[in-house]
Design a protein around this ligand. Structure first.
Ligand SMILES: *[C@@H]1O[C@H](CO)[C@@H](O)[C@H](O)[C@H]1NC(C)=O
Ligand SMILES: *[C@@H]1O[C@H](CO)[C@@H](O)[C@H](O)[C@H]1NC(C)=O
Ligand SMILES: *[C@@H]1O[C@H](CO)[C@@H](O)[C@H](O)[C@H]1NC(C)=O
Ligand SMILES: *[C@@H]1O[C@H](CO)[C@@H](O)[C@H](O)[C@H]1NC(C)=O
Ligand SMILES: *[C@@H]1O[C@H](CO)[C@@H](O)[C@H](O)[C@H]1NC(C)=O
Ligand SMILES: *[C@@H]1O[C@H](CO)[C@@H](O)[C@H](O)[C@H]1NC(C)=O
Ligand SMILES: *[C@@H]1O[C@H](CO)[C@@H](O)[C@H](O)[C@H]1NC(C)=O
Length: 692
C-alpha cells in the first residue's frame, strides 16, 4: 500500500453533514451502503454518513464522484422520488420517506413510504464464490416492489434511470449510446473515444455500461436529457419509447437512460420489477508473460456467453435464483459470525461485497482464439491507497475472506504473482510487492523497482501458500513453485530475526529497523516453509527450517521484550514502544503453536490497558489504527473480553456516522474519524475470526 496525493482529497471530503438517522437500521447504520458493487469499475454506493436516506443524495462511485442513478414512483398519480437527488424543474414530486434500511452480506434493502404505499428497494450484488461464471459477471440487481399500507388498491408506476457518469471519470467527454428491445430492454452507453486500459479518476475509460429490465407488456423506455425524461415520467407515469441520438458530453444536458414499469393496481406486495446495471470491458487485463510479451485476458464469463446481450439475459432471468442463493449465503455468514457476536456479524456483512468488488476473474485465449477456461487468474485492485495490482500485503490481510468462501480464489490471486516471478523477469531475491503499479496493467516490475517490503511479502507468500495447501490438500502450487518459495525462505533466514530498516505493510507509518511484528512474520514464514517441505517429502529440509524457526523464536523473545516485561516492543530495544502484534494471527491460523502461549497472554493483558475509545492504536508512533489488524489481533486474544474489545471498537468506528465513504480500514482510535483509505479489499480480513 502507499499513500498518494489523493489522500488530502479524501480527508477534505469526509463526513457530509446529514440529519440523524430517523429510520430503523439493521444491523446498524454504515458509512456507505453498497448498491452495485461487483468490480473495481462497477462500484456504486450510497454515501449515508450520519443519516442520508436513499433519496437524499446521489449514489457515488467509491471515490465519491456522483453516479447518476435516479428512481421515482407514481402512486395514484402523485410522484415520489426514491433514489438519488434529482432536481426536475417544472415537475412536481415529493420525496418518499425512508422507513428502514438493512444490509446483509449480499444485499442493501430500503423501505420507503410513498403515500399509502410501501416501496421496497433491494440492491443485490451477488456473491457467488464457487461459481466463477456468475462471480465474474460485473452486474448487479435493483429490485423494486410495492405494497399498499391501507388495504385499498393503489395505482403504481416505477421509474429508474442511469446517467452516462457510469462510463467515465471525466464528465466533459463525449458518450454515445443505443437502446435495444426484445424480451429485454437494454440501454448501452460508452465513450465515443474509448482508451483501452486507461483510467480517469479511477473510472475506466473503455467498455460499456448497461441498464436493463425485462420487456413486459407495461415496460417503457426513453433516452434523453435528465430533466426532460424525468419530467416525462413524473407527469405521465410512462415513457414514450424514444431515443435521443444527439450524442454529447456526459454533462451536456445530462443524457439519461430510463426504464419504467406500470404495476397497475397494487394491494398486497407485488412481485418485484427487476433492473440490472453492469459494466463490461474486453479484454480486461494485459498480463506480462515470458520475455516481456503481453497476454490479453478476458472475463471468465466469456467461456459461457457470446455477447453482452447473452450475459444480460442470463443475469436478469436468474434473479429469483440469485436471490435464493444470496439468502442462503447471508444465512450461513450470519450463523457463523453470530457464534462470535452480533457486532461481529455486522462488521463481516458490511465487508464481503466490498472485498469481492475489488477482484476480477479472468481467462486467456488459446492460439486458435477459443477461450481457455482452465487458465484462471484473479486480479485485484488495491483501491484508494493506490491502484497497485495483486499487492501481496493487501491479498494477505484479505486472505480470511477467500479461505472462508473459496480458497481457490486465493490460489488464482497468488498464481498471477507466482507465474510472473517464475519467468525470472523480476530481479530481486525477495518476493515482489505487486503485479503492476496501476490496475488493470499487470505488466510486472522487470526493473525490480516496486515498493520493496522484503520480509513482509516473502513471509506472506509462504504463509498463504501453506494455508491454501493445508485447507484444500491441493499441493500443485507448492510443487510447481517450490524453487521460488525456497528462495524467499533463504531471504527470511537472513533477514527476519534482525529485520533491516524497511517498511512493513503499514508503509504510511514509515520505515523502521528491528520491527518486532515483522520478525514474527518472517519467522512464521520459515516455519511455514518447514511444513511445505514436509508436504513435499523433503523431511531433512523441513527439520532444518523448523529448527531454525524455533531457535529464532527463542532469540526473538529476548530481543522483543520490553524492560517492564508487560508487552512486546514495536522495535527491539525500545521499551516504551509497542504495537499490534497481528502477525501472530498466522501462527493461530496455521495451528503451528510456534510462539509460546505466554506471549499471547501478555499481549491480551496489555492491550486492555492502552485501548482508546475506538480501539488499540496500530503502534506508539501514532493514535490511528487499521480495522483489519484490529480484527486479526482479536483473533490472538486469549480471552473473550480481549477479543470483544477489538470487535466493539471496529463496530463503533463503522457505525459512528463520521464517514460517508465505503468502509475505511484506516481510522483514528481517539475520535473515530476516517484516515483516508476506503473501499479496499483488506476488509476481507474482518472474516479472520471465521477461519480459526
Ligand atoms: C410498510 O413499512 C412499514 C415500515 O417499515 C412497516 O411497519 C409496515 O408493516 C409496512 N406495511 C406493509 C403493508 O408492508
Ligand atoms: C460509439 O462510438 C464508438 C467508437 O467511436 C463506435 O464504435 C460505436 O459504433 C458508437 N456507437 C454508437 C451507438 O454510435
Ligand atoms: C495502462 O497502460 C496503457 C498503455 O501503456 C496506458 O495507456 C494506460 O494509461 C495505462 N493505464 C493506467 C490506469 O495507468
Ligand atoms: C482450439 O485450441 C484448444 C487448445 O489447443 C483446443 O482444445 C480446441 O479444441 C481448439 N478449438 C478448435 C475449434 O479448434
Ligand atoms: C537491531 O537489533 C540488533 C540486536 O539487538 C542490534 O544489534 C542492532 O543494532 C539493531 N539495529 C538497529 C538499526 O537499531
Ligand atoms: C539449514 O538451512 C540453512 C539455510 O538454508 C543452511 O545454511 C544450512 O546449511 C542448513 N543446515 C543443514 C544441516 O542442512
Ligand atoms: C521509541 O518508541 C517511541 C514510540 O514509538 C518513539 O517515540 C521513540 O522515538 C523511540 N525511541 C527511539 C530511541 O527510537
Amino acid at each position: 500500500m502507499k499513500i498518494v496525493s489523493l489522500y488530502s482529497r479524501f480527508i477534505s471530503c469526509l463526513a457530509v453533514a446529514n440529519a440523524a438517522v430517523t429510520w430503523t437500521a439493521t444491523p446498524f447504520s454504515p458509512p456507505a451502503f453498497p448498491l452495485a458493487v461487483r468490480s473495481p469499475y462497477l462500484s456504486a454506493w450510497l454515501p449515508q454518513g450520519s443519516g442520508a436516506a436513499l433519496n437524499d443524495v446521489w449514489p457515488t462511485f467509491w471515490t465519491g464522484q456522483i453516479l447518476g442513478w435516479a428512481g421515482f414512483v407514481k402512486v395514484d398519480g402523485s410522484a415520489f422520488s426514491f433514489l438519488g437527488a434529482p432536481n426536475v424543474p417544472g415537475a412536481a414530486f415529493n420525496k418518499a420517506v425512508q422507513k428502514s434500511s438493512k444490509f446483509t452480506s449480499t444485499q442493501s434493502v430500503f423501505v420507503l413510504s410513498a403515500g399509502p404505499v410501501n416501496i421496497t428497494i433491494t440492491f443485490l450484488s451477488p456473491v457467488e464464490p464457487t461459481d466463477l461464471v456468475k462471480q465474474s459477471i460485473p452486474f448487479s440487481y435493483m429490485a423494486v416492489s410495492a405494497a399498499s399500507t391501507d388495504g385499498a388498491p393503489h395505482s403504481v408506476q416505477v421509474y429508474s434511470d442511469i446517467s452516462a457518469e457510469w462510463v467515465s471519470g471525466d464528465n466533459s467527454l463525449i458518450a454515445n449510446w443505443s437502446t435495444t428491445t426484445g424480451s429485454i430492454i437494454t440501454h448501452q452507453v460508452q465513450l465515443a473515444t474509448p482508451v483501452p486500459f486507461s483510467e480517469i479518476n479511477d473510472h475506466t475509460q473503455y467498455g460499456s455500461a448497461f441498464y436493463s429490465t425485462p420487456n413486459t407488456a407495461s415496460a417503457t423506455f426513453q433516452s434523453g436529457a435528465d430533466v426532460v425524461v424525468r419530467a416525462q415520467f413524473i407527469n405521465s407515469g410512462a415513457l414514450p419509447n424514444t431515443r435521443d441520438t444527439n450524442f454529447r458530453a456526459v454533462s451536456n444536458n445530462w443524457p439519461v437512460f430510463a426504464l419504467a414499469h406500470d404495476l397497475g393496481a397494487v394491494t398486497a406486495s407485488t412481485e418485484p420489477v427487476v433492473f440490472s446495471v453492469g459494466h463490461i470491458r474486453d479484454p480486461v487485463i494485459p498480463y506480462i508473460v515470458a520475455n516481456g510479451a503481453i497476454q490479453q485476458r478476458h472475463l471468465y464469463a466469456w467461456s459461457q456467453f457470446s455477447s453482452p446481450a447473452d450475459i444480460i439475459s442470463s443475469f436478469l432471468g436468474d434473479y429469483n435464483n440469485a436471490l435464493a442463493i444470496a439468502q442462503a449465503f447471508d444465512a450461513k455468514v450470519q450463523n457463523d459470525a453470530n457464534k462470535i457476536s452480533a457486532d461481529y456479524t455486522g462488521i463481516v456483512e458490511l465487508s464481503i461485497r466490498q472485498a469481492f468488488g475489488t477482484i476480477e476473474f479472468t481467462i486467456s485465449k488459446n492460439a486458435n482464439g477459443s477461450f481457455n477456461a482452465n487458465d484462471i487468474l484473479v486480479l485485484m485492485k488495491e483501491i484508494s491507497s493506490n491502484g497497485n495490482m495483486n499487492t501481496v500485503d493487501v491479498i494477505f490481510p484479505a486472505w480470511p475472506l477467500f479461505l472462508y468462501t473459496n480458497p481457490a480464489i486465493g490460489k488464482y490471486l497468488l498464481e498471477a504473482l507466482f507465474r510472473y516471478q517464475a519467468t525470472g523477469q523480476y530481479p530481486n531475491k525477495f518476493s515482489i510487492h505487486d503485479l503492476g503499479a496501476r490496475y488493470p496493467n499487470a505488466t510486472g516490475h522487470n526493473d525490480g523497482n516496486d515498493e520493496h517490503m522484503p520480509v513482509e511479502e516473502s513471509g506472506n507468500m509462504i504463509i498463504m501458500s501453506l494455508s491454501y495447501a493445508e485447507k484444500t490438500g491441493d499441493h500443485s502450487h507448492i510443487q510447481q513453485y517450490s524453487a521460488l518459495l525456497d528462495q524467499w525462505t533463504q531471504f527470511l533466514i537472513e533477514d527476519s530475526l534482525i529485520p533491516a530498516n524497511q517498511i512493513s505493510t503499514d508503509d504510511f507509518a514509515g520505515p523502521l529497523a528491528n520491527q518486532t511484528n515483522l520478525a514474527i512474520k518472517g519467522i512464521i514464514g520459515i516455519r511455514a516453509m518447514a511444513e511445505i517441505e514436509n508436504m513435499l517429502g523433503n523431511t531433512a529440509k523441513a527439520a532444518n527450517y523448523s529448527a531454525i524457526a524455533s531457535d529464532y523464536v527463542r532469540q526473538w523473545q529476548t530481543l522483543s521484550a520490553s524492560s517492564s516485561g508487560q508487552h512486546l516492543t514495536l522495535s527491539y530495544g525500545n521499551s516504551s514502544s509497542w504495537g499490534l502484534s497481528y502477525n501472530l494471527f498466522a501462527d493461530k491460523m496455521l495451528k503451528l503453536k510456534l510462539f509460546p502461549e505466554s506471549v499471547y497472554a501478555m499481549q491480551t493483558a496489555w492491550y486492555k490497558t492502552v485501548a482508546q475509545p475506538f480501539g488499540v492504536p496500530l503502534d506508539t508512533r501514532h493514535t490511528y489504527t487499521k480495522s483489519d489488524w484490529e480484527i486479526w489481533t482479536a483473533g490472538i486474544m486469549t480471552d473473550t473480553a480481549g477479543r470483544d474489545l477489538f470487535i466493539g471498537a471496529v463496530k463503533r468506528w463503522a457505525s459512528d456516522g463520521l464517514s460517508s465513504q465505503p468502509f475505511g480500514d484506516w481510522y483514528e482510535t481517539t475520535d473515530g474519524r476516517p484516515q483516508g483509505f476506503r473501499a479496499r479489499p483488506v476488509v476481507g480480513g474482518h472474516l479472520a475470526l471465521l477461519v480459526l
